[in-house]
Design a protein around this ligand. Structure first.
Ligand SMILES: *[C@@H]1O[C@H](CO)[C@@H](O)[C@H](O)[C@H]1NC(C)=O
Ligand SMILES: *[C@@H]1O[C@H](CO)[C@@H](O)[C@H](O)[C@H]1NC(C)=O
Ligand SMILES: *[C@@H]1O[C@H](CO)[C@@H](O)[C@H](O)[C@H]1NC(C)=O
Ligand SMILES: *[C@@H]1O[C@H](CO)[C@@H](O)[C@H](O)[C@H]1NC(C)=O
Length: 398
């Protein structure tokens, strides 16, 4: 995780700079549960039997037993525990001489809050997620108050979820390219401690790696791989912040990566080694080049398309390679049987239309013959009539 920081070291890491720590006294626990007392481990803790009449000696009990820790010094109506350790925790009660309970308390021992080590992540433009770890194990109930200031200096709460007490979110950071100061204050019954970290959002932005990276062979192309992937689901795609991507690939066994850039989520590699398995990874970054590249996606492997061999020995070998599902090839093989059907129908259609054309030509021919024959006969009749009329004319008396 980037941006880890802790105050004493003054560590400066990408995006987060620890400024300082302030120790403030807080009384939020003192009167919350009246029958619990809190003491500092390693210090001297004095319990006072509050209901006793001054001057009268009292009997002390721990967990109901008269056996007290070795370093417990009773004096009058109080009990001082020297150099406390965790074994001195328990129920303390004081009794009067008659054995009547005067007062009881539960003692819990622990440490003052310490600085926390805060790290912030920003996997999109809308949310900065900060989380922290205790540097001092206090053994005491602990609360965190988280807030932030941006350049306008207005203090805003950093949103906390009761299920995740060590996390808070800055939602929709205002002027996202400026820095924010995050205040995480650890509070326990003994006091509080504030850790301030400066968060440079511009450097902090780091998308999650892309998802569902799938390289596939391209049928008929033994030197190509088609790689698809998706935007990381934590990156809202439709809100005007596109990502750019880098894809790297190498033949399995090689250490030299080749790099390709893309703004889309599909890319064709055109120069893979024939019949070699290749390793592919993708990373993402804000397209305006703010922030950092995401981590690389886990390595995925793929084999390019291999030309099918006719030699049975070779084809057995290539079968071993094609353990990778070749969907394009599956598709083309399932498409074969309907193709044959279609061809059958197509040739039948050709035959029918050929027959039709022949029929039409034949009938046109016969019509022509009949027409010519009829015309010829008619002309014959005409000449006969002419002849007879000429004969008639000749035979007419002049
Ligand atoms: C605690 O009490 C012991 C004995 O009275 C004393 O020697 C010691 O200095 C005290 N420690 C602190 C931290 O006050
Ligand atoms: C201490 O006191 C509390 C409440 O008075 C009680 O619930 C708890 O059992 C006691 N513990 C021991 C070890 O006596
Ligand atoms: C008293 O009880 C507490 C639990 O309430 C335990 O942690 C502690 O060890 C006990 N102390 C003794 C001296 O028995
Ligand atoms: C940090 O937060 C705590 C708790 O809300 C507050 O008391 C303190 O003043 C804040 N410190 C700074 C420097 O903002």
């Amino acid at each position: 995780m980037p941006g880890k920081a802790s105050c004493p070291g003054g560590l400066i890491v990408i995006g987060v700079i620890t400024l300082c720590a302030v120790r403030i006294n807080s009384e939020i626990w003192s009167n919350e549960v009246s029958d619990i007392e809190y003491g500092k481990l390693g210090s001297n803790v004095t319990l006072v039997c509050k209901a006793s009449l001054s001057g009268y000696p009292v009997d002390w009990r721990l967990n109901g037993s008269a056996v007290l820790p070795r370093q417990a010094l009773p004096s009058n109506s109080s009990l001082t525990l020297i150099d406390t350790d965790l074994s001195m925790e328990g129920n303390y009660s004081c009794l009067d001489e008659g054995g009547n309970l005067l007062w009881a308390t539960k003692l819990r021992l622990g440490h003052m809050p310490g600085l926390v080590s805060v790290s912030c992540r920003m996997s999109n433009h809308h949310r900065v997620l900060c989380s922290w770890e205790q540097s001092v194990k206090t053994h005491l109930p602990t609360k965190y108050i988280a807030s932030y200031r941006d350049r306008s200096n207005a203090v805003e709460p950093c949103h906390q979820d009761s299920f995740r007490p060590n996390e808070c979110s800055i939602l929709h950071p205002t002027v996202w390219h400026h820095y924010h100061i995050v205040n995480v204050t650890e509070v326990n019954p003994l006091g509080s401690e504030t850790t301030l970290v400066r968060v440079q959002l511009r450097d902090l932005l780091k998308p999650d790696p892309p998802e569902a990276v799938t390289p596939e062979p391209v049928v008929g192309q033994p030197r190509r791989l088609l790689v698809r992937w998706r935007y990381p689901s934590s990156w809202p795609k439709d809100e005007g912040f596109p990502l750019r991507f880098q894809l790297r690939y190498r033949p399995q066994g090689s250490i030299n990566w080749s790099l390709l850039n893309s703004t889309g989520t599909v890319l064709q590699i055109t120069d893979v080694l024939v019949a070699h398995r290749h390793v592919v990874q993708v990373q993402a970054m804000d397209d305006l080049k703010f922030g950092q590249w995401s981590d690389w996606t886990p390595e995925v492997e793929a084999l390019p398309w291999i030309e099918p061999k006719t030699d049975p020995e070779l084809s057995r070998q290539s079968e071993e390679f094609t353990a990778f599902p070749d969907y394009a090839e599956l598709e083309s093989s399932t498409a074969k049987s309907p193709d044959i059907e279609v061809d059958k129908y197509r040739s039948l259609g050709v035959l029918i239309s050929l027959g039709l054309i022949a029929g039409i030509v034949l009938s046109m021919l016969s019509a022509l013959i009949i027409f010519l024959w009829v015309r010829h006969r008619r002309r014959d009749e005409v000449t006969k009539q002419e002849l007879t009329s000429m004969v008639k004319m000749k035979s007419l008396p002049i």
